[in-house]
Design a protein around this ligand. Structure first.
Ligand SMILES: *[C@@H]1O[C@H](CO)[C@@H](O)[C@H](O)[C@H]1NC(C)=O
Ligand SMILES: *[C@@H]1O[C@H](CO)[C@@H](O)[C@H](O)[C@H]1NC(C)=O
Ligand SMILES: *[C@@H]1O[C@H](CO)[C@@H](O)[C@H](O)[C@H]1NC(C)=O
Ligand SMILES: *[C@@H]1O[C@H](CO)[C@@H](O)[C@H](O)[C@H]1NC(C)=O
Ligand SMILES: *[C@@H]1O[C@H](CO)[C@@H](O)[C@H](O)[C@H]1NC(C)=O
Ligand SMILES: *[C@@H]1O[C@H](CO)[C@@H](O)[C@H](O)[C@H]1NC(C)=O
Ligand SMILES: *[C@@H]1O[C@H](CO)[C@@H](O)[C@H](O)[C@H]1NC(C)=O
Length: 917
């Protein structure tokens, strides 16, 4: 032992003795610095901490205000989260992550007065509006680890951060896009740092154009640049970075490139790679098989990736996760997948993969999560097959999640047999897979922890007995099956309070138990044959946001207790039942209600006035009832109302448009008041204010439908002379139907300003005067019905210019003179004009005596200035929708299959629209 070592030992002993006595090791300066820092950011309230949920999930009971015991009468080295050097007493580590800190860090913060600080971790706290001060550079001699992720820092990261030359780990992630970093700082960090091993800049706004050749320092092992707005192409050498072990470039949608080839000459240490959502195109190169160290590979969400999954993928024998979901891959699965013996997650959902499943797939006994949903796989798959070599999911005994939905498989699955083999399974989705499901109700083992069971459209005939055992079920979809009769009484407790999604729609169910699903958020019972009164249990569902009991045989009155759930409901659809009595005036607490459908019942009385509290209402459909009273003009004050259907009721009287000063109905795009007893003038003031029916900018690339949290609305409207069912409502489809009332006097010119109107039906009224020339401005109109009125004068020539007009009915009026010629007019037949004895010219048999002269067209156009002003103000109808939808996606995690339906629908519409052009 050398002398100096001996000396050190003595010193150590000395300091140990000192610290075991009550003397403070921590210098009073550093103690003071920390204490002052505490005074700025100490909070004992978890309220408003936006990281609260995450911290609670992460730390459980160890989540507390970490600075609670920071008290100057105690040595600061004993404060929670503080680490000192044993010898010198210097503070060298501060770990305050999830410490419930809250406040602003200013450049003069005493935090920077800790000259020997090596590790600083402030992650998961609230430093909202703080900028990272230049003073961070003061730690240049000491700091090795800096973590300020999820802290709410904003502004530019100062280049002083480059002075931290000893950094080993730097984490600036998840502060949101308002934290920015200059590209040159990133370049320097990548290339010139000597010790930096771990760099995480996820979510930092960098926006750098990636160089064709990426140069990184040999020290760097882990690099996370996801969500950083990177641009340009993937560097050619991205797979040949000799030192990197983990690379995350996901969610940089402005990148656009093909996957570069993998250079085969060296061994590549890359273990973890995500290029999810980076706008990749072309095929996956065969050479990807050289990335032999990979255990995690995620190329998901690159719709441009095409071709087949290369056979060489089977060379990646260390893979435990392979994600190729939401790409454009086609062809069959390569047999080589069977080589991936360590694979636990395989997600190939939402591609165009086809063929039958290779038997090799069933050798992957390590698989835990398998999703093949939304592909075009075919072939017969059996579960009961006892032959060990034959295809069977029963061999994948470690599976916890299996999703085969939306494919074209064949086969009949006895579910009990599957569930008793796959004892770890907690999620099973076979909806629309082509497979039929039977249950023999034997006494099979069922995993009591089962969470999600989706068996829509599986030809299921009974309500399965094994559900009894699923005491923690969260999501159950048995829709579109052939389940008959009463739901058994034991079902009232399925999942207990865990069940949040239940879909029994489109069956032949006649009765329900008195259920106790207190946690239910979505209840779909539509299209069954359920009889009896409104289930009182519904009034206890205090978390429910979606309720659909439409198309059943419910009768009796809607109880007042439904008011209990209006504060949580977003959509309530009770249409097409036999409810009678009045609509409960119970909308006092109507926080979020966006869609209320009571269409097709026998409801009486007035439209309940408390609906005026439903400020977020977008769709109100009370059509086909027996409602009386006058027009509820106060509905005009609902700022987001887009669809108002009051058709086929007994409403009467003139439409008074005196809504308290404001512009009424700013978002309305569908108004159906047909088949009532309204009298007097057409509501001119409303026509003036229907901003959402003017100058609508249509989106031809992506059709959008009115929805609330991904749930669509349907309406039945009289279009082109027939009742048409719209299963979804386009956001840019506009309709006014005031037909079959007793409106009188003239059609106001101003209606011509609604230039985005597609359907206008004023038929079966007592309208007089001429057809306004201004109707020729309805350049989008497809269906125009003015029949059965007392209109006079000539048909304005301007109507002949309406390119999309596919249906015109002017019959049964007192029109006279020439029928205009040209364009669409040449396609209409006699019945468009019949019952006007003085009309002449084709297509009517009566020839005109005088040759055709263009008539004098004299409509004033004084309103146009107003329109433009109104449009620039805008009504912002769409914005709310988007926000709401995002929120719901997060909070309920809509199943993936849902997107498929939407995509398919959009595709159909696109075709329809392009035809129109
Ligand atoms: C500091 O700790 C001492 C001893 O535990 C206690 O008596 C004192 O009240 C504390 N001071 C503060 C300000 O919390
Ligand atoms: C920092 O604190 C958190 C929360 O108490 C803990 O989970 C983590 O392990 C700590 N980190 C270090 C490096 O001690
Ligand atoms: C630190 O700076 C902030 C903002 O500039 C200021 O409000 C505060 O008084 C300063 N604190 C001290 C101790 O100087
Ligand atoms: C890295 O260091 C080299 C040599 O000191 C220097 O020339 C280069 O500009 C530095 N790179 C960056 C991005 O700062
Ligand atoms: C199945 O999972 C268990 C527990 O996680 C594990 O021990 C076993 O090795 C797995 N089986 C296979 C074939 O991977
Ligand atoms: C409206 O309907 C209610 C309930 O059927 C009835 O009591 C009332 O007399 C009706 N009012 C009018 C004006 O018809
Ligand atoms: C149409 O929708 C797509 C996708 O949502 C969007 O990117 C595009 O900007 C929209 N175009 C118009 C004209 O609004």
């Amino acid at each position: 032992m050398s002398v100096s070592n001996l000396l050190l030992s003595f010193l150590f002993l000395f300091f140990s003795l000192v610290s075991s006595s009550n003397t403070h090791r921590c210098s009073s300066r550093q103690s003071q610095a920390l204490f002052l820092f505490k005074q700025n950011v100490f909070s004992i309230s978890e309220l408003y901490n936006y990281n609260d949920g995450e911290c609670r999930a992460w730390l459980g009971s160890h989540y507390y205000p970490i600075m609670m015991n920071w008290n100057t009468s105690i040595d600061c080295c004993n404060w929670d989260g503080v680490t000192c050097n044993h010898f010198t007493g210097d503070v060298i580590g501060l770990n305050l992550s999830c410490g419930m800190l809250r406040g602003t860090i200013y450049p003069n913060s005493t935090l920077f007065n800790l000259p020997r600080l090596q590790r600083l971790n402030l992650a998961f706290n609230d430093f909202i509006d703080s900028q990272l001060p230049r003073e961070i550079g003061r730690f240049s001699d000491s700091l090795t680890h800096l973590n300020i992720s999820q802290c709410g820092f904003t502004g530019q990261v100062p280049s002083d951060i480059l002075r931290l030359s000893k950094l080993v780990s730097l984490d600036l992630s998840s502060n949101g896009v308002s934290l920015q970093l200059e590209p040159h700082i990133l370049e320097h960090l990548l290339q010139n740092s000597t010790f930096l091993r771990d760099l995480s800049l996820a979510d930092v706004n960098i926006g750098m154009v990636l160089p064709a050749y990426l140069n990184i320092s040999p020290s760097l092992k882990l690099l996370n640049l996801s969500f950083t707005g990177l641009q340009g192409k993937l560097p050619d050498n991205i797979f040949n970075l000799q030192y990197l072990e983990k690379l995350d470039l996901s969610y940089n949608n402005d990148l656009a490139s093909r996957l570069p080839e993998v250079n085969t000459s060296t061994s590549i240490p890359l273990k973890w790679l995500s290029l999810s959502s980076t706008n990749l195109s072309g095929e996956i190169p065969h050479s990807i098989g050289h990335l032999k160290s990979l255990n995690y590979l995620d190329l998901s969400r690159n719709k441009g990736l095409s071709g087949e999954i290369p056979y060489s993928i089977g060379h990646l024998e260390s893979l435990n996760t392979l994600r190729l979901d939401y790409c454009g891959l086609a062809g069959p699965l390569p047999k080589s997948l069977g080589n991936l013996r360590h694979l636990t997650t395989l997600d190939l959902s939402s591609n165009m993969l086809n063929g039958s499943l290779p038997s090799e797939l069933f050798a992957l006994q390590s698989l835990k999560r398998l999703s093949l949903t939304q592909n075009q796989f075919v072939g017969k798959i059996d579960v009961l097959d006892q032959d060990p070599i034959s295809q069977s999911f029963r061999h994948l005994i470690n599976l916890t999640q299996l999703d085969l939905s939306f494919n074209n498989f064949r086969g009949v699955w006895e579910l009990g047999a599957l569930l008793s083999s796959l004892t770890a399974l907690v999620e099973l989705q076979l909806s629309h897979s082509g497979l039929s499901v039977v249950t023999n109700n034997g006494n099979h083992y069922v995993n009591p922890d089962f969470q999600l069971l989706h068996l829509a459209s599986c030809k299921l005939k009974v309500f399965p007995e094994f559900l009894r055992a699923m005491k923690k079920l969260q999501s159950l979809d048995l829709s579109s099956n052939e389940i008959h009769g009463h739901i058994p009484d034991w079902a009232r407790k399925i999942g207990g309070s865990e069940l949040f999604h239940l879909d029994l729609s489109h069956n032949f169910i006649t009765g329900l138990p008195q259920f106790q699903w207190g946690g239910l958020r979505e209840l779909h019972l539509e299209s069954n044959k359920i009889e009896g009164p409104f289930p009182p249990s519904i009034c206890n569902l205090s978390n429910i946001w979606y309720l659909n009991i439409s198309d059943n045989r419910f009768d009796g009155v809607i109880p007042q207790c439904i008011g209990n759930i209006h504060s949580s409901l977003w959509i309530a659809d009770m249409g097409n039942n036999y409810f009678h009595g009045s609509i409960p005036n119970a909308y006092k607490d109507c926080g979020q209600l966006q869609g209320l459908i009571l269409n097709g019942n026998r409801l009486e009385g007035e439209v309940p006035s408390s609906l005026s509290n439903c400020q977020y209402l977008e769709v109100l459909n009370l059509g086909n009832n027996l409602l009386n009273g006058t027009f509820p003009s106060w509905l005009g004050d609902l700022p987001y109302l887009q669809v108002l259907v009051l058709k086929s009721n007994k409403l009467h009287g003139p439409i008074k448009t005196s809504s308290a000063g404001k512009a009424p109905f700013p978002c309305l795009q569908v108004l159906d008041l047909s088949h009532n007893g309204f009298v007097g003038h057409l509501p001119r003031k409303y026509f003036q204010n229907f901003i959402a029916m003017k100058n609508v900018v249509k989106n031809d690339t992506r059709a959008t439908y009115l929805n609330t949290g991904g749930m669509y609305y349907s309406i039945v409207v009289d279009v082109k002379g027939v009742e048409q069912n719209f299963p979804k409502i386009f956001v840019d489809y506009t309709i006014i139907d005031l037909s079959s009332n007793r409106f009188e006097s003239e059609i106001p010119d101003i209606i011509g300003n609604l230039n985005s109107l597609i359907v206008l039906n004023l038929s079966h009224n007592s309208l007089t005067g001429r057809i306004p020339h201004a109707l020729g401005n309805l350049s989008e109109i497809e269906s125009l019905d003015l029949s059965w009125n007392q209109l006079t004068g000539e048909i304005p020539q301007s109507l002949a210019a309406l390119t999309f007009l596919g249906f015109l009915n002017l019959s049964q009026n007192h029109l006279f003179g020439h029928i205009p010629e040209g364009k669409q007019f040449n396609t209409f037949e006699g019945n468009s004009f019949g019952g006007n004895p003085k009309l002449c010219g084709l297509p009517l048999p009566e020839k005109c005596e005088r040759p055709h002269e263009p008539q004098l067209e004299t409509d004033e156009d004084t309103e146009s200035e107003f329109i433009w002003r109104a449009v620039t103000l805008g009504c912002g109808c769409g914005t709310l929708l988007g926000l709401v939808m995002g929120y719901l996606m997060l909070s309920t995690g809509r199943p993936k299959w849902f997107n498929a339906i939407v995509d398919a629908g959009e595709h159909m519409i696109q075709t329809k629209r392009s035809k129109r052009r």
